[in-house]
Design a protein around this ligand. Sequence first.
Ligand code: 5GP
Length: 200
Amino acid sequence: MKQGLLIILSGPSGVGKGAVRRALMENKDLDIVYSISMTTRAPRRLEQNGVDYFFVDEETFQKNVEEGNFLEYVSFVGHSYGTPKQYVDSLRNEGKNVLLEIEVQGATQVLKKMKELGDKNVVSIFLLPPSWPDLEKRIRKRRTETEDVIKKRMDKARSEIKEMFNYDYQVLNDIVPRAATEIKSIIESEIDKRKDVSAC
Ligand code: 5GP
């Protein structure tokens, strides 16, 4: 069976990756599975364990690091986040297309790893905010972060944006449904391209 596509959706924190990913996943014609990350951060209102994240303590997270269970992992503004490797690999081996919604440092690790492995079934998408004030407004709207964390997230976003041309596609998140539709077309055309190659 043909290996599934690994879709990396990244971009600065607060750009709306989660909202775009949810809009994308609502579309059932698109045959993709979302990779649920593990994190040590506390759940926000309405977030569910095993749906939005696997919420774990630092000790459990570190055990997974030591056992080599992550495809990538990072420490991000005081918390740890990681992509469970086994889940992604087994789904892709079954031919399923897997979506990672991760921050830029982790995406860089995955892109490097896939390049080293010669894995060409990868598509990377960088989501951009319409403007800096808009990004700050989105981060503040969550009302969950302190001033210090907001500043850290904004500083990080300024350096991360420089990475955008290392990705296959750059998509502007001006309006969530529009950005999700654009990403859907990108994924569909990447899946079709691979069908064409395997038919030859
Ligand atoms: P939040 O705390 O706002 O849910 O997530 C913070 C940042 O971590 C977001 O940019 C989110 O996309 C990213 N993120 C979520 N899961 C992972 C992961 O497994 N690995 C990495 N590198 N980033 C993640």
